[in-house]
Design a protein around this ligand. Structure first.
Ligand code: AR6
Length: 183
């Protein structure tokens, strides 16, 4: 008789975390996560780069989402998948980070972006997911804190299919902040 796992329903390990310095649109992960805005219709930063390089098919899918379930836009902290168009990925998962506030603690919403993106990726059966540092650009989140929330949230997740999570950091300070957060 062949060996069986002691408990097939036991929770899996957290995915392996990897840091990469570079442009997320160069990644060949199954899922690239887009730091979008609630319109889903594009913008600057990661969003601009993903739409530019992924081509019109992504925007067409986003328009279909807006015409359907997301008529009012994608709420902050949620995530939704589209095609990856011409990118070397299978899907783009769009999520909307919170705008940083000095007076209000919005960190639960930022954690939700990572958790929900992983959930959607897992539902798709993705094995690898590449994240940018959500909210740390136009939305003003301090990089050290954004990195801490990203790492803590992904470490707490137990997706079934996602075995590798890459954080793709655009510059040296972002990479250094994630190194500190990884410990
Ligand atoms: N690859 C990896 N990281 C990048 C790239 C790239 N190609 N480009 C920028 N970054 P941001 P947000 C880094 O502004 O703060 C858009 O207009 C960047 O240095 O892309 O969530 C949307 O439409 C920063 O550390 O996203 C929204 O309106 C991080 O990615 C709004 O910006 C996130 O920066 C979302 O703002």
């Amino acid at each position: 008789m062949s060996a069986q796992p002691a408990d097939a329903s036991a929770p899996t390990d957290a995915p392996t975390l990897v840091l990469v310095r570079g442009d997320i649109t160069d990644q060949d992960a199954d899922v690239l996560v887009n730091a979008a805005n609630s319109s889903l219709l594009g913008g600057g930063g990661v969003d601009g780069a993903i739409h530019r390089r992924g081509g019109k098919a992504i925007l067409d899918d986003c328009r279909r989402l807006r015409a359907g379930h997301y008529g009012r836009g994608l709420p902050t902290g949620q995530a939704v998948a589209t095609t990856a168009g011409d990118l070397a990925a299978r899907w783009v998962v769009h999520t909307v980070g919170p705008v940083y506030s000095r007076t209000e603690d919005r960190s639960a919403l930022l954690a939700s972006c990572y958790r929900e993106s992983l959930r959607v990726a897992d539902e798709l059966g993705a094995g690898s997911v590449a994240f940018p540092a959500i909210s740390t650009g136009v939305y003003g989140w301090p990089m050290d804190d954004g990195a801490r929330i990203a790492v803590e949230t992904v470490r707490a997740a137990r997706p079934a299919s996602v075995r590798e999570v890459r954080f793709v950091l655009f510059d040296a300070p972002a990479y250094a902040a994630f190194e500190v957060a990884l410990g």
